[in-house]
Design a protein around this ligand. Structure first.
Ligand code: MF3
Ligand code: CO
Length: 252
């Protein structure tokens, strides 16, 4: 069941999503060599509570933290631990907040100090693939138009698209229908409609698209242990086209 949202609901999802985006601005500013992943998680937890929200991931299917922090070859769902960020790492920060009963969800991947050209290219292609996907999120198009745009852009740059995780509808729940794959043929799949709110989240790899889950049951890594990047926005489909809801309203 795909729940279409009215403008009041979209406003509530926007408030939650702006709170997330502002948190990501703070988290990005905190990233530096020597910072522990648990410290990032603490900043995220404090920020959510300051916003009068609740961290969305903590307790979701027993997930133990407020953030997913995914370093280098970790694709998604890295659990914050005592690892200290090192110059040259790239770190995916995935964050969600529930505010007034509605969810916002967004992710960025950021460099720690100076990183390799390959890492910079992977991050920028992943971010731009998200933007290509968002541009297709308009009424009359189909889900496959979003998926194809992401896949085509990423693969044109020599990178691969993770298949095992997808984006999702979002609203009163973190994960609603429909699924939003980051790969697939254009012109196919669900018809996109005004009022759909989607979390679009490409995960793009340097090498193979294949992933495996570590023994903690959460941490997804690339099979070849090469780099992976992840960006995510919560967006709404309006009759004029897509609106990105997870945009910060504080200075970067
Ligand atoms: N952005 C991720 C997702 O939508 C974050 C979920 S982490 C979890 O799947 F712990 F909540 F599962
Ligand atoms: Co998500």
């Amino acid at each position: 069941m795909v729940y279409l949202k009215n403008t009041d609901e979209i406003e509530k999802i926007r408030k939650a999503s702006v709170a997330v985006a502002n948190g990501l601005v703070k988290l990005k500013a905190a990233v530096r060599p020597g910072l522990s992943l648990k410290e990032l998680d603490r900043i995220a937890e404090d920020h959510a509570l300051q916003q009068k929200g609740i961290p969305a991931f903590k307790g979701y299917r027993s997930y133990p933290a407020s953030l997913c922090v995914s370093v280098n070859h970790v694709v998604v769902h890295g659990i914050p631990n005592d690892y200290l960020l090192q110059e040259g790492d790239i770190v995916g920060i995935d964050y969600g907040i529930v505010l007034d009963g509605y969810y916002g969800d967004s992710a960025i991947t950021v460099p720690v100090g100076k990183v390799s050209d390959k890492a910079n290219q992977l991050m920028s292609v992943t971010r731009d693939s998200l933007m290509k996907g968002i541009a297709q999120a308009r009424p009359g198009n189909r889900m496959g138009d979003i998926s194809y745009a992401i896949q085509f852009y990423a693969e044109s740059h020599g990178f691969s698209v993770v298949r095992n995780f997808v984006g999702h509808g979002i609203g009163k729940r973190l994960h609603e229908e429909p699924q939003v794959p980051n790969f697939g043929p254009k012109g196919k799949g669900l018809k996109l409609e005004v009022g759909m709110v989607l979390a679009i989240e490409p995960m793009i790899n340097e090498g193979t698209f294949e992933t495996e889950i570590l023994s903690d049951g959460w941490t997804a890594v690339t099979k070849d242990r090469k780099l992976s990047a992840h960006f995510e926005h919560t967006i709404a489909i309006t009759k004029e086209g897509p609106i990105i809801l997870s945009t910060p309203d504080i200075a970067a």
